[in-house]
Design a protein around this ligand. Structure first.
Ligand SMILES: O=C(O)CCC(=O)C(=O)O
Ligand SMILES: [Fe+2]
Length: 179
């Protein structure tokens, strides 16, 4: 959270979880196409980083089993077809580690040439004034949201941004009444 706030905090009042994904790459699967996760947003209007991704290894990540491949520095060049031809490197790491990449960094799951699945979780975090990749308000039943701490509710998007953006009566910070 400190990393996410450090990268995104200067451009918003609070940050949001964008998406929460579980990924299992099975033995024999080919490498994913190298891509930037922030292409869900119209980046031509946003000349700065708007999200970061945090990928948790649920198994040891090796080049053989499909460790996430990353092109270091690709966030500096912008979306150019040639960027995908730069060398990519596997984020080899023990289970329980994370790899963090900016929304515009080219990356992708590797090919799994081992005989076991390679599992991961990916959370993205985005500027608080952007629409979230996954619609948490429709995805999560309200009784499940009610059980969360105020900090988790805020992260899920149940929090106003500024004085008026996304007001709702049960906002943990009570902005409904101020707006
Ligand atoms: O599973 C991985 O290593 C990366 C997955 C990924 O980049 C994605 O699904 O956007
Ligand atoms: Fe990705």
């Amino acid at each position: 959270m400190a990393l996410a706030n450090g990268v995104l905090g200067p451009r918003c009042e609070n940050i949001r979880v964008g998406s929460t994904t579980a990924i299992e790459i099975l033995p024999g699967e080919e490498a994913q196409i190298l891509h930037a996760d922030d292409t869900i947003y119209p980046k031509e209007y946003l000349p700065f980083e708007v999200q970061i991704s945090v990928l948790w290894a649920l198994d040891d990540f090796t080049e053989e089993n499909g460790a996430t491949r990353v092109i270091p520095g690709s966030h500096l060049k912008g979306p150019h077809p040639d960027d995908a031809e730069q060398p990519s490197y596997p984020a080899e790491m023990p289970r329980g580690s994370i790899v963090v990449y900016l929304g515009s960094t080219l990356h992708g799951g590797g090919a799994n040439r081992s005989d076991k699945p390679r599992r991961a979780l990916v959370n993205t975090y985005a500027l608080g004034w952007l629409r979230q990749e996954e619609n948490q308000y429709l995805t999560l039943p309200s009784d499940a949201v009610d059980k969360q701490s105020d900090d988790v509710k805020r992260l899920l998007g149940f929090q106003v941004h500024g004085a008026n953006l996304g007001v709702w009566p049960q906002d943990p910070d009570g902005k409904w009444f101020e707006s």
